[in-house]
Design a protein around this ligand. Structure first.
Ligand SMILES: [Zn+2]
Length: 280
């Protein structure tokens, strides 16, 4: 009888141990998947061969074919602030004052008709070390326009900028990030790098534009290398001091788009118009 009892004990023990081993394996698999999912920016990317091919080549940060800058270096605690659609007389000067108080340089994407109406604000941006990029002449959705109009939308904005500052622009952002192959071809032909974004403040719609909500929305999405999209509006101007304090408290440095591209694992060097202005 003893021999039978002894023979059954290890079997019982194995029966008890296996579920624990399986549970531990499943738990670590789940935890691992969560980490990879965060790293890949979503579950769909985790299982996408194309995404991991892009990660291996660095094209997830900067596309060498289309010259689209998508995000900065994941190894650096740095972010880029971009401010679109200005210059607006109701908020631009206040935004520039706040940036100067915090000693922060950002990248503005400006609309040609507004550059024409407020050239003094554009000159001030460059004088204070900010970069200015092309956000088209009339802020139309370029992917629905014929090729000649896409060409003119980019050229006319550039012309107004040159009249205001004596300089040219090197960075481009299509309104609403709506582009197709034709738009990218045109931007490349005119020597532009297209700058995307990955953290949106949603500060351009009345429903989302409460300053305290803008602050929370931006601060909770910060991560190494992200490009933040803000707009030149009075609400964003009101939110900006808290956004800058929050970014600083989380230990991030704020760089311009060209500075961030220089710090990619495969650095990309693009000329800047910051500090270059012909005052008249
Ligand atoms: Zn815009």
């Amino acid at each position: 009888m003893m021999a039978v009892a002894n023979a059954m004990t290890p079997t019982r023990a194995r029966r008890k141990v296996w579920p624990c081993v399986v549970a531990a394996l499943l738990l670590s698999l789940g935890a691992g998947l969560m980490i990879v999912r965060k790293e890949a920016g979503g579950l769909r990317n985790v299982f996408s061969r194309a995404y991991w091919a892009e990660r291996m080549s660095g094209d997830d940060l900067f596309s060498h074919k289309s010259h689209v800058f998508k995000r900065g270096n994941r190894d650096h605690r740095e972010i880029c602030l971009t401010i679109d659609d200005g210059p607006h007389p109701a908020s631009c000067a206040k935004i520039l004052d706040i940036l100067a108080q915090h000693d922060i340089r950002v990248t503005f994407f400006l609309v040609g008709t507004r550059i024409k109406d407020h050239p003094e604000l554009v000159r001030r941006m460059l004088e204070e070390g900010h970069e200015v990029g092309n956000h088209t002449q009339d802020h139309l959705r370029l992917d629905s326009l014929p090729a000649n109009q896409v060409h003119n939308e980019i050229v006319n904005c550039e012309t107004n900028f040159h009249r205001a500052t004596g300089q040219r622009m090197y960075l481009f952002r299509p309104p609403g990030m709506r582009f197709n192959d034709e738009v990218i071809r045109e931007a490349l032909a005119q020597g532009y790098v297209t700058v995307s974004w990955d953290v949106g403040a949603k500060d351009f719609t009345a429903a989302h534009a409460k300053p305290e909500e803008i602050v929370i929305r931006v601060l909770k999405q910060l991560d190494n290398g992200v490009i933040v999209l803000l707009h030149d509006t009075p609400e964003t101007a009101e939110a900006l001091p808290e956004i800058l304090d929050g970014i600083e408290n989380q230990g991030y440095r704020i760089l311009t788009a060209t500075e961030m591209m220089e710090r990619l694992p495969n650095p990309v060097r693009v000329p800047t118009n910051a500090f270059r202005v012909n005052t008249r």
